[in-house]
Design a binder for this molecule. Structure first.
Ligand code: C2E
Ligand code: MG
Ligand code: MG
Length: 598
């Protein structure tokens, strides 16, 4: 770094050339040689007089601060010069001005670090020369500052749990991998390549943490994270590193790593201890842990590869049904690449208008008429063709795209339904993820209705049982608000998942959609029929209509009718069709009724 200028630079010639400090005369300040020397310095220099008028500016300062060449000639006030910089903000210009004024007023050297926009830093030193002239020198110190900031970051632990920060954890892995093979230094070249020590990285992610945080609040969430950290620490050896990478993500470094059987036991032990109940702020809380494991060197030769593969394994564990663990396998890589490609396309698909809605009719068995359509999303991919929602909805949910996408579906379905000849209902599937922000959902429904002009009673939203399992209170409140707009609510896929008949009491659903699995022909038809009858009877007693999904054959239709179901939907009547075919379907069905349009 440049020593303080007044001690090290030959300033006399500056004085020679300089006029008095009246600010009137502005002769060239330095001789050619001196000017060349000053221009060649690494520091940017400007000299000025008592009234802060410029006497000399070296070319380095002009380039460093990107000073407008029209102003950079060295004539005018210091303030003007600084204001002509494309690098300094108004605040920084003010700081420079104050430092220079301070040096003049107090006759003591000033030193400040200037934080310019774009995370650039400059060190400014202002000092007096002889003969009431002053000099300001600027040095760019961005690189040093960044390095210092990184060092500070490295020293930090996670303030909540006291565990290693992400940066520190990464450093630990790098150091271990760089230490190289584990062999005693003998001074002799090894005959065989030595066996490296094995290290295992475990990526740990908590299951259901988000719902605890959402329902019980962040302070309880924080308390829970601290308890989790303590339990994790309790199962590790002293020298194993444990980090909270952020949110509810933890990672551990087991080194040296035992063999896979022992790692497997360790992972089980972790899922077990994390899965035991917690008492936080008087609440009994249950969460789980999913774990992905990658072992050096076989699962990754570098830190980046190891962490990435542990993450892929974690993803696999979550897909297997949570509270379990997976070891990395090479095929996970190929799957992740394919998934990533779809994800990239999916993010663009909404803007590229690649989505469309197909409509499947719902038939009332008593009136023999089409009484509604279910809107089913389709993705017309330029290379893959029509992609099924079963393939992309879970991904859209995972990357958060489901919220804008679901809003697009609502708008589009309501808009298209206003053009139909019959005032039939339009059923729209709403993802559980859209219920995470219930206000936004209710507003989106309201907007879709008002933009399209569709009466609320013609819109039906389909939700699945899982929606009611989390955050039941805000969800129920939102459903009541939707009901207030006249919108109907149907329980989709009833009979799958957590299905409990008691859920039907929690909200006055307008309709129960009996899942296709009960309609399919199976050996135990008697049992299936009994279930269908039980659901329709309960629905009837609660004033809810029942519709059977996935009716494909006349035989199934008969069974459903016998079971007391009031309406049906399925390939027997029609597959989901593009919007252009809806009018024909309505006209055709009404023409040929009561025989279904096969
Ligand atoms: P879902 O809501 O239960 O929709 C019924 C699914 O069954 C549709 O599949 C439909 O094409 C199919 N289906 C109808 N009749 C028959 C039949 O007779 N036999 C058979 N084998 N299948 C039949 P699709 O269109 O592939 O949609 C799958 C799921 O994707 C939907 O299940 C729904 O959960 C989800 N989905 C579709 N569109 C949307 C949407 O706009 N938003 C959200 N969040 N989810 C959607
Ligand atoms: Mg549905
Ligand atoms: Mg369904």
């Amino acid at each position: 770094m440049l020593p303080y200028p007044s001690q090290s630079l030959p300033f006399q010639p500056v004085d020679d050339a300089g006029p008095d400090d009246s600010g009137e005369a502005r002769a060239p300040v330095a001789g050619l040689h001196l000017r060349a020397a000053l221009d060649g310095l690494e520091a940017g220099l400007v000299t000025f007089n008592r009234t802060l008028d410029i006497l000399f500016v070296n070319s380095r300062l002009r380039s460093m601060l990107e000073i407008d060449p029209a102003v950079a000639g060295g004539v005018g006030s210091l303030l003007m010069l600084m204001e002509a910089s494309a690098v300094l903000s108004t605040t920084v210009v003010q700081q420079v001005h104050e430092a220079c004024q301070g040096a003049v007023d107090t006759r003591t050297p000033q030193e400040v670090t200037l934080a310019a926009p774009g995370a650039r830093f400059f060190s400014l030193r202002v000092g007096g020369l002889v003969d009431r002239h002053w000099m300001a020198s600027f040095t760019e110190v961005t690189a040093q500052r960044t390095a210092e900031a990184q060092a500070v970051e490295r020293a930090k632990c996670d303030p909540l749990t006291g565990l290693l920060s992400r940066t520190l954890f990464h450093d630990r892995i790098s150091v271990l991998l760089d230490t190289g093979p584990d062999h005693e230094p003998t001074g002799q070249p090894a005959a065989d390549p030595p066996h490296p020590v094995r290290h295992a990285v475990m990526a740990v992610d908590l299951d259901r943490f988000k719902s605890v945080n959402d329902t019980l609040g962040h302070s309880t969430g924080d308390g829970l994270l601290c308890l989790v950290a303590r339990r994790l620490r309790s199962v590790l050896r002293q020298h194993d590193a444990l980090s909270r990478l952020g949110g509810d993500e933890f990672a551990l470094l087991v080194s040296p790593a035992p063999d896979r059987t022992v790692l497997d036991q360790l992972a089980r032990r972790i899922t077990d201890v994390i899965g035991r109940p917690y008492l936080v702020d008087g609440h009994l809380v249950n969460i789980g842990a999913s774990i992905g494991i990658a072992v050096f060197p076989e699962d990754g030769a570098t830190r980046v590869e190891l962490l990435r593969n542990a993450d892929l394994a974690l993803y696999d564990a979550k897909a297997m049904g949570r509270s379990t663990h997976s070891f990395f396998r090479p095929e996970m890589d190929a799957r992740a690449v394919a998934r990533r490609l779809i994800e990239i396309d999916l993010r663009k698909a909404l803007a590229l208008r690649q989505f469309e809605l197909h409509y499947q009719p719902q038939i009332d068995l008593e009136r023999h008429a089409i009484v509604g359509f279910e809107a089913l999303l389709r993705w017309r991919h330029p290379e893959r063709g029509m992609v099924s929602p079963a393939e992309f909805i879970p991904l859209a949910e995972e990357i958060g795209l489901i919220v804008p996408l679901g809003e697009w579906v609502l708008n589009q379905a309501c808009l298209e339904a206003t053009h139909w000849s019959e005032p039939v209902t339009i059923a729209v599937n709403v993802s559980p993820y859209q219920f995470e922000d219930t206000n936004r959902l209710v507003e989106a429904v309201g907007r879709a209705l008002s933009l399209s002009g569709l009466p609320g009673r013609r819109l039906e939203i389909e939700i699945t049982e899982s929606v009611l399992l989390r955050n039941a209170e805000p969800v129920l409140a939102a459903l009541h608000r939707l009901r207030g707009m006249g919108v109907r609510v149907a329980m989709d896929d009833f009979g799958t998942g957590y299905s409990s008949l008691s859920q039907l009491h929690s909200f006055p659903f307008d309709k129960i959609k009996i899942d296709r699995s009960f309609v399919k022909d199976r050996d135990d038809d008697v049992g299936q029929n009994a279930i269908i009858r039980a659901i329709t009877a309960l629905g009837a007693s609660l004033g809810m209509a029942t519709i059977a999904e996935g009716v494909e054959t006349a035989g199934q239709l008969e069974r459903i009718r016998d079971g007391g179901c009031t309406s049906v939907q399925g390939y027997l009547f029609s597959r989901p069709v593009p919007v252009a075919q809806v009018a024909g379907l309505i006209a055709g069905y009404n023409q040929f009724q009561p025989t279904p349009a096969y």
